[in-house]
Each structure stands twice: as C-alpha cells, then as structure tokens.
Design a protein around this ligand. Structure first.
Ligand SMILES: C[S@@+](CC[C@H](N)C(=O)[O-])C[C@H]1O[C@@H](n2cnc3c(N)ncnc32)[C@H](O)[C@@H]1O
Length: 460
C-alpha cells in the first residue's frame, strides 16, 4: 500500500525540524525505553546518533517521545487489534510513536502517516516494513473511534498505568481520587520557577517577565508559574542565577525545615542540589550536601555556582549517607533534610516513564532503603533538632507508613504536625494546573505541585 497522499501538506513553522526525522529518532529513543532505559537516557542516546542536532530537533524529539510514553498502554493495545502477529521491534517502535501522535492530533493525519512511512524507508531496519506500517496506521485511522473506545474501557489502560500500579492507588485513595490523580499525571507539567530571594523578589521578577511579554503568576512563597514553557537558557534571569526550575511542592521542603541563621544543616541525598540551593538562599545557615553519585554531585556544584552560593557555607560531599562515619565530623546537625530515593510515583507527569520502568517489588525495596537512611541519620541530629523526611511518592509505604514505623522504632522522635488531620505526615497529591483555582492562599497548599510526602521529625 502506498503512503497517504499529502494533498494539503501541513505548513510547519520555519524552524521546525522535519517530522520524519523526529519520528525516526523518537522510535530509537522508544526502543531504548523498551529496553529499560529511563526516558532521559534514551533521548540522550538517540540524539547522540544525530550529529549536530539543533535545539529545535531535541525539543521536538522530547515532545514526540514523551507523548508516546504517555500513550503507551493504548498504542500497545492497538497493535494487538491491528496486527495479526507482533511486528519486529523497530517497526513496533515507529508504530508506537506515530500512533501516539495520531491520538494526540498534533499534526494532520495524512502528514503524519506520510512522514512515518518516510521514516520507515529511511532506515535499513524498517525499510522493508514501510508498507506494513502504512497499512497499520491507515487501518487505525479507519477504525479509530471504535478502537479508542475499546482501549479506554480498561481503567489501567485509560490511566496509562500497569494494573498493579492502579490497584495500589485504588487501595489507598479509592476510585474517584485515583481517577483525578491519573488525569493530573497525564497532563503537561507546568513550568515553575524558584526565585532566588538573595538577588530579587517575586513581585520584581514578575514585573521583569511582564516587561518581556511573558505571562506568569505566583505559585508559592518564592514560586512563579511561567504560563508557557521555555528552554531554560531562554528563561529570563536563569543564567544569571535569579531563578531555578523547581516544582512548587518541592519548594516547600526548605520552608518546612525552618532554618535559622547560623544553623548547621545536612542535606543527605542532595543532587542535583535544588533543595540545597534553596536552603542557602533562604537563610545564613551552612549546608553539608551529601550525594552518593559523583557525577550527580558535580551538578550540585554547577547549580551552586550559577546561583553564586559557593563558599564556606556550602560543602558538597560525595558519600553514602547510610554510612555517616565516612563524612560526618561528629558535630550534631540542627536540621537534616532527607529527600530520599523513591519510586517517583508523585512526579509521573514529569517522568511518565517511571510507571513502566518500575516493578511491583521496587516499592518494598525502596521503603527498606529509606528506613535504613532514616535510622543511619537520626543519631546525627542535635537534641530538639528537626529532620524533614521527603519523598516524591504517593505510595503510603514510602510515606505515612514509613514515618509511623520510624517513630515506633525511635522513642526519642515525634512527628510535628504540618496540617490538620494528617498526623503521620503531609501527603500532597499531584494537581492539575487546568482545574486548579487561580486564587489561592499559597501559604497553605500550592495548586500546581507534584505529589510529595513530607514528615517533620523532632528529636525530643
Ligand atoms: C530525590 S533525589 C534528591 C533531589 C534533591 N534533594 C534536589 O532537590 O535536587 C535523591 C538523590 O539521592 C541520591 N542517593 C541515593 N541513595 C543515596 C545514599 N545512600 N547516599 C547519598 N545519596 C544517595 C541519588 O543519587 C539522588 O541524587
């Protein structure tokens, strides 16, 4: 079968990279993701194969591949209905990224199919199957309504999560809230900035954005929501250290820790240093930022440098926080932040790949690791000192259950209530920017935040 004729080709913006090339690279990234790579790693690997890729190409590649991951469950289902036998992995990848674009409706159907077929012909691995791909996509277009309806009857497929993930959410949150969580997770995440209060203020920065014609609004104490996403290098004041990119929910950590001038603070799992920098911006404290991964630790240094926060107040230490003997000088800390490794189930809208890369057993494994970190760090805290336990997760094993079993193990610990009715800690759920009210009291709960759990533990 021939590719669909493009009688009225879509007019891409002058700087838009060719769609066929984007689809081809997205299919490569998709294959990496299928092989177990994180989306970021798979995108980097795909870009490496394309020498001299422009920023526009990299941006389009990210958009197309992310859309495909957000539609993973449905496109997999479509293949089972459209193909009599599973296609070769390279063809499957090209089908997945192309069908996801058809579902998203970002391009006219005929343009998309035409470009997908060209992409298939351009690679040796897929050239022979170009006709087959064309047939699959055209058949999908013919039966789109019926197939999409059938696909979405299954709630896990509709929410783009594996059944075990859905069952966990149901168990904890019930059907209605689970649906809200899944809807929020499948949306474009908002671009939220943290204003560096050492060099400017939120109102002054909002004025600066307005002067440059950029719509924005306040989304927290130091948080600004930029209504249209921009690459970081084009965000006003980013290179000069006036702002950083950080979700509004993540920005709560430094405030909750309650740091005062002169305090000694340990940031135990620190890279890439978003919260370390925020702590240093807020108060004249000193921070030991501990990170196990040396490469990621270099990102803390780079961030502190951009924000002009390097100096004796900030020490970056490469060490495993479970073994304090390797980095601790024996002097107690007044505050400890443990932003522990977790399933990332609260930040799926930013990392849609995590739901497919995680396995059910990971939740218990990570919960054990978090408990070990908590137990190892508790002796480093001064009496009356406070430790903020944070995870970007919405699974109770990593949140409420973790903090409750910690206080059972440690009679000298109490949980400081952060919100009424949540004695075991504060579970923030991901919220949708579209449905949130625009007027809000940002001292309570910001509207655009990702899913986080916070428990403030005090040594009594
Ligand atoms: C959730 S991220 C931290 C994000 C960071 N707090 C921020 O706001 O930018 C967790 C970090 O902990 C690091 N990590 C994991 N296990 C660790 C350990 N045992 N000791 C030190 N760092 C660890 C990971 O490499 C990762 O960089």
């Amino acid at each position: 079968m021939e590719p669909m004729a493009a009688d009225k080709p879509a007019a891409p913006a002058a700087a838009s990279p060719p769609l066929g090339r984007v689809l081809m690279l997205a299919a490569q990234a998709w294959s990496g993701f299928q092989a177990g790579q994180s989306l970021d790693r798979a995108l980097d690997a795909a870009l490496e194969t394309s020498r001299g890729a422009s920023a526009a190409l990299a941006g389009a590649l990210r958009d197309v591949t992310t859309t495909a991951v957000r539609r993973f469950a449905v496109t997999e289902f479509l293949l089972t209905r459209l193909a009599h036998r599973p296609p070769d992995p390279d063809v499957r990848a090209l089908f997945a990224v192309s069908a996801a674009q058809l579902l998203a409706g970002a391009y006219p159907d005929f343009t998309l199919v035409d470009q997908a077929v060209r992409a298939a012909r351009a690679r040796e691995a897929t050239a022979a199957a170009a006709g087959f791909l064309n047939a699959l996509l055209r058949e999908f277009l013919r039966r789109r309504e019926e197939l999409v309806r059938e696909a979405e009857q299954d709630p896990a497929r509709h929410g783009n999560v594996p059944p075990w993930w859905l069952a966990r959410l149901h168990r904890e949150y019930g059907a209605r809230r689970t649906q809200e969580i899944l809807a929020a997770q499948n949306e474009e995440p908002p671009l939220v900035l943290r204003v560096n209060v050492r060099c400017t203020t939120v109102p002054a920065y909002l004025d600066q954005l307005a002067a440059e014609g950029l719509a924005a609004s306040r989304a927290g104490e130091s948080a600004v929501w930029l209504h249209r996403a921009l690459p970081v290098e084009r965000i006003p004041g980013f290179t000069e250290g006036q702002v950083s990119v950080q979700d509004a929910g993540a920005q709560l950590a430094a405030a909750l820790l309650g740091v005062a001038p002169g305090m000694r603070v340990l940031d135990a799992c620190a890279a890439p240093g978003g919260k370390t920098a925020h702590l240093l911006e807020l108060g004249d404290c000193s921070v030991d930022a501990v990170e196990r991964d040396p490469e990621r630790a270099r990102r803390i240094d780079a961030n502190l440098q951009r924000l002009a926060l390097t100096g004796p107040r900030a020490r970056v230490l490469v060490a495993d926080a479970r073994h304090p003997g390797r980095f601790w000088d024996g002097r107690p800390y007044d505050r400890i932040l443990l932003d522990a490794p977790c399933t990332a189930s609260g930040i799926v809208r930013r990392h849609p790949d995590v739901v497919w890369l995680r396995r059910p057993g990971d939740v218990a494994k990570l919960a054990t690791q978090q408990a070990k970190l908590l137990d190892a760090l508790w002796p480093l805290l001064a009496r009356t000192g406070r430790l903020l336990y944070a995870v970007c997760s919405i699974f109770p094993e990593e949140g409420r259950q973790q903090s409750s079993s910690f206080v059972e193990r440690h009679p000298d610990a109490r949980i400081v209530p952060l919100r009424q009715g949540e004695p075991g800690g504060w579970q923030l759920l991901p919220r949708s920017a579209q449905t949130a009210p625009m007027e809000f009291d940002y001292s309570k709960q910001p509207v655009f935040q990702d899913g986080f759990f916070y428990a403030l533990l005090e040594k009594v």
